[in-house]
Ligand binder design. Structure first.
Ligand code: FDM
Ligand code: MG
Length: 219
């Protein structure tokens, strides 16, 4: 019996407020893994390419209005329509790197005033990330980065309310799933500096994969 055969791909999620550098780091990470010959896939949330994703995109660009509950459920549905593909890839040994996930879902909707439990419930039993990296940057630094302010939630008041909710989400993850699944990463500095920090944290997960079944979120 070869113990390595029971290993699956790692499910790694990047979270954080807008303009903290998530998308840049996720893209570089997937590229770097592929260059090394590892199998890795980037999963963006929201995935704006699906039918549900197109509705979300119109909402975020303020081309459509929607009730807060309704858009929250669409963000969750958008994850559910990708859940089987994530599971399948992990089981086939592919590292899945997600740019946002259910944690953004709770933090942004709760920041608008929806009850925390309402925000959490629709994502129950989605694939559980093996590790979430929460990238932290001050509002002053995030706001000064280019393109801040383009989309619906990119206002200082919304970002600051979301930042508060993210601390509650972090607590929830640590309580329910263990402290080791949520790690903060300082997002200050150059792209290369942040990349080096991230590399140090995830090296074992991406090179060796993960043993054991894929967990269920919030279960
Ligand atoms: N967002 C993202 C939510 O409000 N709920 C969610 O479930 C997700 C995944 O959508 F303001 C918000 C966060 C952000 C916006 O995200 C679009 P990107 O990463 O900027 O595309
Ligand atoms: Mg954005």
């Amino acid at each position: 019996s070869d113990p390595s055969s029971s290993r699956r791909g790692a499910f790694i999620v990047f979270e954080g407020l807008d303009r903290c550098g998530k998308s840049t780091q996720v893209a570089r990470l997937v590229e770097r893994l592929e260059r090394k010959g590892d199998r890795a896939r980037l999963q963006k949330f929201p995935d704006r390419t699906t039918a549900i994703g197109k509705m979300i995109d119109a909402y975020l660009q303020s081309k459509a209005e929607m009730d807060d509950h309704a858009i929250h459920l669409l963000f969750s549905a958008n994850r559910w329509e990708c859940a089987n593909a994530i599971r399948r890839d992990l089981e086939n040994g592919i590292t899945v790197i997600a740019d946002r996930y259910a944690f953004s879902g709770i933090a942004f909707s709760a920041a608008k005033g929806l009850p925390f439990d309402f925000c959490l419930n629709p994502d129950k039993s989605l694939p559980l990330p093996d590790l979430t990296l929460y990238m932290t940057l001050s509002q002053e630094e995030a706001s000064s980065r280019s393109q801040f302010g383009e989309e619906r939630y990119e206002t200082v008041s919304m970002q600051s309310a979301t930042r508060q909710q993210f601390t509650l989400v972090a607590q929830e993850v640590k309580n329910r799933h263990g402290k080791e699944r949520w790690v903060e990463v300082d997002a200050r500095g150059t792209i290369e500096e942040v990349e080096t920090r991230i590399e140090g944290i995830i090296a074992n997960l991406t090179s060796q994969g993960v043993q054991g079944e894929i967990g269920k979120l919030w279960i």
